[in-house]
Design a binder for this molecule. Sequence first.
Ligand code: BES
Ligand code: ZN
Length: 649
Amino acid sequence: MRNLLFIIYLGLLFSSCNTRPKYIEIQNAVNDTIIDDHSYANLNAIKTIHLELEMDVNFQNKTIYGVARHEMVNNNASVAIFDTRNLLIQKVTTGTKGHEQEADFVIGEMDKDSILGQPLKVTVDPKTTQVNIYYQTTKGSEALDWLDTLSTSSKTKPFLYTQGQAILTRTWIPLQDSPSNRFTYNAEVRVPKDLLALMSAENPKEKNDMGIYNFEMDQPIPSYLISLAVGDIAYHPFDANTGVYAEKELLNACKYEFVDLPKMMKAASYLYGEYQWKQYDLMVLPYSFPFGGMENPRLTFVNPTILAGDRSLVSVIAHELAHSWSGNLVTNNTWDDFWLNEGFTVYFEQRIMEVLYGKETADILAQVEFQEMQEEMKELLSGKHPEDTQLHLNLKNRNPDDGMTSIAYVKGAFFLKTLESKVGREKFDRFLKHYFKVFQFKTVSTAAFITEMENNLLFPEKVIFDYDEWIFHNGLPKNSVIINSPRLKRMESLAKRFSSGEKVFEPIVTYEWQKIKKSKKKKRIKKVSKIKREDFIVQEWQTFIRGLSDDISIEKLQYLDATFNFSTWGNSEVMAEWFVLNIHQKNRAVRPAIEKFISKVGRRKYLLPIYKALVSNPEDKVWAKKVFDNSKAYYHAVSRNSVAELFAN
Ligand code: BES
Ligand code: ZN
């Protein structure tokens, strides 16, 4: 028996060795000097190359009890520094499992703005390659969203999910929380028997009787991409490598909405090289999820607001899929380089949309985003940090979330579009494919990108391009490509005409002469035509709403709502846009619809502009505070904190 166990043990040892070393060469050397303003980790001296997690997920106490076992490369270190924030550290040991020795550790001071959290300093010696941290999460573990049964679609089972990006992974796992370091991980997760656990790793398709799940991510990833979801979850495959997980109440809607996923995958792989992560599944979370999507490898997290019922918001899926290359395969070195993740991804997203739905649609999407970016750019340029309009950021002593503006996303994408227009699509695509290959499973800084662009694109193609202006200067360079969609132009003019009192949405009566069968006579036929909501796509309506004049009357707004039902459409993009306009114009008739929306949807992109508009008016502010107080326990900390700031100012 002993022998048998030993053989199994050896087998396991080798099989786990077999899967990992493929990538180890990239990680092993502690080489480049790593400086990350948002991590305490001393990565130059010692860094994690593999993380083994043991986690007990307790819904009663809303606590995860965990052990984080770090396999590390040691470059003569006497201390190993980890990031933590609001974690309880029980014990730290060194040595492999079963051969552990307690180690001395101290928990440093919280930084003064409590952004980074507390460094955990463990005494090690130059031979230490294994550090094990025994810990538990707390109420302050902001990555975690524990949802009571009533806040889920099932209304009968609770739900837990995590959000790591940018620096929240340290609130549920003690680790070196810097995107500049990549490591592999595996995990054993215990959950209540009636729930399924999933991670950004190889995943089960269904529940087991034990409530114990084992995960393996054998490709090195940065810490912000570790994720976990636990709930009463079902699966629907689209093909052998793609599918969707959701609570079963939402699964049918998912089947319809995301049916093009395999096509998107084909398009993406064709554009920029083979998909590297084996499986690509979506996980549709509860409505409180603070983002539209989050690109956790092999398991993108999605907000259910994407289930619009008409596939009108699937560009979010194209976006998260694109991150499998830009972001997950090639990762921004620090949060100052965030545009390398998001700008490339928005560019790539638009290319996928173009392949699937044509250039006209892709242009409409891009132009709508461009409008948003211009608005935000104006605000940033007249605010406290106009330098936030540069692609390369300096976020030292600030929350990296401050970099999550449309500058990284849309200015970043338009930089690449402009570059593409200078060199031509074919050469540009060849360069991008090369870029993803050269940096795959690595991290990339803005400087490294520039070198690559100079050596492999600008110089060989003899192209002169002032990238400095884009990357290191405020505002939008004059040479930016501009999109002029005729369909959006028409919506703008429709909005102007409506604002100025033209009855553009009233029925138009026309008469036509029609031949009468078997006779030489003709009869006059009356035709009534009227613009319907279905005549335009969501993004056209967005442009219409944005194009309405600043002083539009409440009567006109109510007329529009009665005609097109914007307030109750169910399309979150239009609703959010519509609510903000109505708040500014003091059309209080929409209040019930607003309350319903912001009590259900926790996506920060919608909550912030709506609450911001409400807070700007004293009477609305009082009302908004009540709604917020009723909903804040339900919001994820990311959204809750951002909204709370609006009330504090
Ligand atoms: N990775 C981001 C989300 C993110 C960024 C979370 C920074 C935390 C910090 C994700 O890919 C994203 O960009 N989501 C967007 C949707 C996208 C279509 C623009 C969102 O949630 O709105
Ligand atoms: Zn993104």
